[in-house]
Each structure stands twice: as C-alpha cells, then as structure tokens.
Design a protein around this ligand. Structure first.
Ligand SMILES: Nc1ncnc2c1ncn2[C@@H]1O[C@H](COP(=O)(O)OP(=O)(O)OP(=O)(O)O)[C@@H](O)[C@H]1O
Ligand SMILES: [Mg+2]
Length: 265
C-alpha cells in the first residue's frame, strides 16, 4: 500500500483534542483520523500521551477540548455498544483472584449475553449459552493457550497472561481493537504469534490500533504509523514515518513542552 491509495473511511476521528491531568497538558491539538479496516501503530516515547489517547477514544476520560468520534458516534456509547475491545497496558487485575484462564476469556463475552434466554442470564455466567464457550475455545486456540484453559490465571507467566488478555479482547468480537503495548514483556515466539493473530483480524476487516515501542513489528505489519508526542508529529505509511528524521522529531517534540497549566475552555 502507498500514500496514493484512496483513503478509507475513518474508524476514529480525533479533532483538535486537548487533554490534561491536574492542569498539566498531556495532549495538545491532536488532530488525526485513524482509518477503518486498517492497522495503525501508535509510536511515541514514554509519557507521550498514548495511553491517554486510548482513554479518550474509549470515552473513559474526557478531552478538555476537541471532538472525538468512533465510527461516527460518541466514544462512550460505542464502548458500551461493544464496538471497541481494549487490551490495557497494565491490567488492573488481581492475579491472585482464583479465576481460571477460560473464565477470564469468558468475561470478554459478557457484552454479547444480553440477548440470551432469560433463564441463562439469571445463572452465573459460566452456565451461559454454549456458543460463548465455543468462541472462548476458538480465541484460546488462536493464542495457543487452549491447553492452559483450566489453570488459574495467576499461575501463568507474564507473556502467557498477555496472550490470555488478547484472547479476551478477541472474544469480544469488536469491530475495533485497541491494544496498548500488547508485545511488552513477551518472548519472540509469543510476539510473532500475537502479531499473526492481529494480522488475521485485520485481514478479516477489523480495525487494529496498537500502541507499541517495537519498530520492527510496526514496520512489518502496520498499514499506518501515528507518531505522537503530546502532539501529532506524523501520520502515514511506515516507510515514511519510521525513518530517523521523523523519529528524531518525535523524540524532540517532548523537549518543546510548555509546562503551563491548561485550563478548561
Ligand atoms: N492518572 C494520571 N494522573 C496524573 N498524571 C497522569 C495520569 N496518567 C498519566 N499521567 C501523565 O500523563 C502523561 C502521559 O501519560 P500516558 O500514560 O498517556 O503516556 P504513554 O505515552 O502511554 O507512556 P508509556 O509509553 O510510558 O506508556 C505522563 O506524563 C503521565 O505522567
Ligand atoms: Mg502508555
């Protein structure tokens, strides 16, 4: 693909977005569209505001200014409608909680259980319609964790947990996958597996938006790269973005931070 390819409709529209924590600016005038049905890698240094941008896309954090649309609608209502699946950078999970791998992945199906028979909905989720378990199995198989389905999630290694959390995100069968550093802490084999699974999702028409520090995988798999460091430094094909000059500009954008408090408009 090259830059002359007709632009697909945006999955996500971010128009002149500003965000701050306690008055300290984190995102400034972020203005970018992320294409539907493509894989966008978001790259930027620590503290660049990448996870914050995800929070805004999910509608769990409000931008101070600007406008965000997910498939043309309000982000929070799209999240509630199950349009987006999210894999967090640091999962706020109590790993010692006695929950099995398969039950963890089943939580990804909760959004699909509303239409099930009433008697099933009043029972604990694990007595759900067998079709949900079929999806759970399929997703565990995709990340090569089916053999671990009955183990407590707390007993897995860091990389194995990541694969289970990816399976949970896949189980949501959402049109947009938001993945915050899914490759952090995984070994080369798992990294390859995760990227191939996501590539399959992308090929079947899903939108993949992934924060990563891994240039090689972005170069190899992403259709587009968004360079972000508080502001948008660049958005385009990997061949144009992942070059020394653009990466240096991304790193330097951090030095240009004004440390002036930002007030709500
Ligand atoms: N809950 C919070 N309260 C206050 N400041 C925060 C909060 N979350 C993030 N920040 C600050 O906002 C800035 C951007 O954080 P964010 O987590 O979005 O960065 P990031 O690009 O995801 O970084 P990393 O690569 O380290 O994950 C950082 O300076 C961080 O300290
Ligand atoms: Mg982050």
């Amino acid at each position: 693909m090259n830059d002359t390819t007709p632009h697909p409709a945006p999955a996500v529209e971010v128009h002149h977005v500003y965000a701050a924590y306690h008055g300290q600016p984190v995102l400034e005038d972020v203005d970018v569209d992320l294409p539907a049905g493509q894989w966008t890698a978001i790259i930027g240094p620590n503290g660049a505001g990448k996870s914050t941008l995800f929070r805004i896309l999910l509608g769990v954090m409000k931008a101070l200014r600007g406008r965000v649309r997910v498939l043309g609608e309000d982000p929070a209502s799209q999240r509630r409608a199950g349009v987006m699946a999210y894999m967090a950078q640091q999962e706020a999970v109590e790993w010692d909680f006695p929950i099995s791998v398969k039950d963890t992945v089943l939580t990804g199906r909760y959004g699909h259980m509303h239409g099930d028979a009433f008697w099933r909905r009043i029972l604990p989720p694990r007595w759900c319609d067998p079709r949900h378990w079929a999806v759970v199995r399929q997703c565990l198989e995709a990340v090569n964790m089916l053999d671990h389905a009955d183990r407590p999630i707390g007993a897995l290694s860091g990389g194995q947990k990541k694969r289970v959390l990816l399976a949970r995100a896949l189980a949501q069968e959402a049109r947009i996958l938001l993945l915050d550093e899914p490759l952090a802490g995984v070994d080369a084999a798992s990294e390859h597996l995760i990227m191939e699974v996501l590539d399959g999702e992308r090929r079947s028409g899903h939108t993949v938006i992934m924060v990563t520090h891994d240039m090689e995988s972005a170069r190899r798999y992403a259709d587009k790269v968004l360079l972000l460091n508080r502001r948008v430094v660049g958005m385009g094909i990997p061949e144009h973005m992942l070059v020394d000059e653009m990466l240096a500009r991304t790193a330097a954008a951090g030095w240009m931070r004004s440390h002036e408090p930002m007030v709500e408009a």
